[in-house]
Write a protein that binds this ligand. Structure first.
Ligand code: SAM
Ligand code: SF4
Ligand code: F3S
Length: 478
């Protein structure tokens, strides 16, 4: 994950990863689809829902877009750069279509939601446009597009959670999986487009989450990451909850974590993302209580200046954030911590920037995702404030933030030298099939030589750290 810091400085979009489910032989299917995903983990998780819906309607996945009848891009709008990348890719597919007129190209996800039918009508770049809450209508829209009709559905929903859909695990290592527990966001951070592209927050039925996690465990998976834009506000009231004393009770995030943790001590549980204003002591105590809930919190700070945090509508101050970090360290002393940081938000001064740097040093993040501010149309910041920090200043501040984070990451890894961790093996290391790659509870990547022991993916092993780089711990099995 630390590798990602260096490559994700300006944009967290992953560069067009092609997805092919480990699905039944695609010859069984009438047509083939290819899907490329951009943006956050939730979007990647959504592509697995889309694949499931398409499989159910007789479409099989392919890793090779050249043999596909349908090409989908599941897109991200969070920064301008993410949208530019998608546009470039769509232009390439447009060219492909000239030589293959029957090919259909669809845009899914946040950019579809933000630009709506503009893609179809003004730019004529695509045939199908579907927003994040409308994936169930995809099979019908494909039929419409095949007969030359406009195929657009960008309706947002207050209820849709796709709770009943079993995602097709795409590009899976068979060990770790994402599980969406909620959708949308109600927070209205002023810089952020997500509330507009993903709609109102809603929590998924707890029982369906437990069912999905249990099923993954039974199929050999050993780690689930519970996903939501703000997991701490997860709140599900089952039908029949009649208040205090009722046998059916509302499920909070702390309760949900516990319910997933007791599925098996061999199933690791992670979650993302936590909002500093919402993470509770209850959650921290549940994390401390169960060995299999990973000791790692992604707690985006965005800025270290109280004035900027107010303009961002983050609803916490510098002092509040510091107190949260203290509380985490008190209840879970060995907890890994990571963050998102934005450089050069509207009106940011050098002093505000210094506050961000000192906040990062105070928190001692193991990892950060770092960005310079990118104004997004329609957001509160775009309507209220001038994007007035010049680009060279934004970039210089960002590079100082990156430099500091690199030092913090290196120091954090150096503190682990000589320690022994329980590691879940995820597969071969990228560099050599003579080495295993896995993670410790704190989410740090550890690479270590395979020895004679008969180990396999999904096994737990104790590893002693002997050496490190800024991004990776290097060790040996003990
Ligand atoms: N819900 C999560 C949270 O509250 O942190 C993640 C939201 S967003 C998908 C991921 C990160 O993108 C944010 O934490 C923020 O740092 C960054 N981001 C969002 N809007 C941005 C913008 N307009 N410019 C630069 N970075 C932005
Ligand atoms: Fe965006 Fe804020 Fe919601 Fe995160 S919490 S998705 S940054 S509005
Ligand atoms: Fe991007 Fe949408 Fe995720 S804007 S970061 S894909 S919620």
């Amino acid at each position: 994950m630390l590798d990602a810091v260096l490559t994700k400085i300006h944009d967290e979009s992953r560069q067009g990863e092609a997805y092919a489910p480990q699905a039944p032989d695609s010859k069984e299917y009438k047509k083939k689809f290819y899907i490329e995903s951009y943006g956050c983990q939730m979007n990647f998780s959504d592509s697995e829902i889309v694949a499931s819906i398409l499989n159910g309607s007789g479409y099989g996945a392919t890793r090779n877009f050249e043999e596909a009848d349908l090409i989908f891009l599941n897109t991200c709008s969070v920064r301008e750069k993410a949208e530019q990348t998608v546009r470039k890719r769509l232009t390439e597919f447009r060219k492909l279509k000239e030589s293959r007129p029957a090919l259909l190209v669809g845009v899914l996800g946040c950019m579809a939601e933000r630009l709506k039918s503009k893609f179809l009508e003004q730019e004529q770049l695509v045939d199908i446009v579907v927003g994040p809450d409308a994936y169930r209508s995809l099979p019908g829209l494909i039929v419409d597009a095949e007969s030359g009709q406009k195929a657009v559905n960008v309706l947002l929903s207050r209820e849709e959670t796709y709770a009943d859909i079993s995602p097709v695990r795409l590009n899976s290592n068979g060990v770790t999986a994402f599980v969406s527990i909620m959708r949308g966001c109600n927070n209205m951070c002023t810089f952020c487009v997500v509330p507009f592209t993903r709609g109102r927050e809603r929590s998924r039925d707890a029982e369906s989450i437990i069912h999905e996690c249990t099923d993954l465990f039974e199929r050999g998976y050993r780690e689930v990451t519970l996903l939501g834009q703000n997991v701490d506000s997860y709140y599900y009231t089952p039908e029949g909850d009649s208040g205090p004393g009722s046998s059916v009770q509302t499920v909070t995030f702390a309760r949900l974590l516990e319910m997933v943790a007791v599925i098996s001590p061999l199933l690791r549980v992670r979650f993302s993302t936590s909002h500093p204003k919402d993470i509770t002591d209850d959650v921290l105590h549940v994390m401390a209580k169960y060995n299999n809930i990973c000791k790692y919190i992604h707690l985006p700070v965005q800025s270290g200046s109280t004035r900027i945090l107010q303009l961002m509508n983050r609803t916490y101050t510098r002092e509040w954030y510091k107190a949260k970090v203290d509380r985490i360290r008190e209840i879970i002393p060995d907890c890994g911590l990571s963050s998102d940081v934005i450089a050069g938000f509207c009106t940011e001064t050098e002093e505000d920037h210094q506050d961000t740097l000192s906040m990062m040093a105070y928190s001692g993040y193991d990892l950060s995702y770092m960005f310079f501010y990118s104004e997004r149309p329609g957001t509160l910041a775009q309507r209220r404030y001038a994007d007035d920090v010049p680009e060279p200043v934004k970039k210089r501040r960002l590079s100082e933030i990156v430099e500091l984070q690199n030092r913090l990451s290196r120091e954090s890894n150096e503190r682990d030298l000589g320690k022994i961790f329980e590691v879940l093996i995820e597969g071969n290391s990228k560099r050599s099939d003579q080495d295993w790659m896995g993670r410790n509870s704190q989410n740090k990547v550890i690479v270590f030589p395979k020895n004679e022991q008969l180990l396999k993916k999904g096994d737990y092993v104790r590893v002693k750290v002997n050496d490190c780089t800024q991004a990776t711990l290097l060790g040996e099995i003990v």
